[in-house]
Ligand binder design. Sequence first.
Ligand SMILES: *Cc1c(COP(=O)(O)O)cnc(C)c1O
Length: 402
Amino acid sequence: MSHLMNTYARLPVAFERGEGPWLWDMQGKRYLDALAGVAVCGLGHAHPRLTRVLQKQVATLIHTSNIYQIDLQEKLADRLAEISGMDSVFFCNSGCEANEAAIKLARLHGHKKGIEAPAIIVMEKAFHGRTIATLTATGSRKAQAGFEPLLAGFVRVPFDDLEAVRRVAATNRNVVAVLVELIQGEGGVHVCHPDYLQGLRAICDEHDWLLMLDEVQSGTGRTGKWFAYQHSGVKPDVVTLAKGLANGVPIGTCMAAGAAATLFKPGSHGSTFGGNPLACAAGLETLAIIEDDALMQNAVEIGDFIRSELRSHLSGVRGVKEVRGVGLMVGIELAFPCGELVSRALAAGLLINVTADTVVRLLPPLIYTRAEARTLTDMLVPLILEFVGEHTAAVQPAAQSA
Ligand SMILES: *Cc1c(COP(=O)(O)O)cnc(C)c1O
């Protein structure tokens, strides 16, 4: 029996090594990676340039402490401020920690305004992490069940619905911030309307709320810009990052602009590992490679190519509802649960994900070539056609006899 706590229903495969978008299991079978460790390994596996930097950093200095100045952390903060337009950066080790920092900033912002019980507006189907605070912010009863009591101080509204936010604004004097993913990842690759962010910005400005964006999954180039909000002209007050920022070396950041950038003081927040030399060297090199190799442009091109291939084969097929996404966040929504597709793809040598029960989610590395994208769609399309064919064949007689 495994001594691991039973937190994941793991697939029966373990990988031994990787190279670019390919992984090999312990038996030597090769897989095309269309998930990138859930939006983490944007540069693919064993990227030579990143490997060299990491090897050198490990042999030089891994960790000191935030009790001391950390030159690489200053440099990564400078670079992140430059590409995001934010003013200050807090470093931690994961997405949920980054969001914890954002939630603490919102509460400080509220208390500064004399609000004793500050509340944050969060969205249905949102995913913000598994700590108690971020679990409370997450819009999934399945994730929350059994962990009550949840935290006070969150108000939930439907995603991509400005009217719902305005209604809360009209009645709830305790609101101090909005926390939102512009493209919900775990929730099913839901993309907000182009004017949503502008609308949120206007409401936040009117009420002196912080506009806080969870870009843990959508950030670091995946949508074709450094950050998803950069597709609009809107500047948020707080942005959180993690997953793709250091290609697999654990890192998270909470970035803030304007008044929110100076809310934390020595003693208000911290992290033992956060921003250590190894993580920051990895982050700096990951950003440099994304820029030097034009991987954001590639994410747009390859993402559009994948969606158009999928649409040309799947549009109008019974059981396929929609192909959607931005850049290399791709969702294929089916009319029924399709978790089984993950193991069928695995057997065929392809790594994909299914989220929100009915949505096939693809998060390929940003380095995909057109040939690799073609391999992906060539493998995936027949699997989906076969699956929906079986399903619609199976439900048809039942529907007719009803
Ligand atoms: C994955 C994810 C998180 C949580 O990140 P962890 O590193 O697992 O804590 C938070 N928000 C979003 C949008 C995510 O996709």
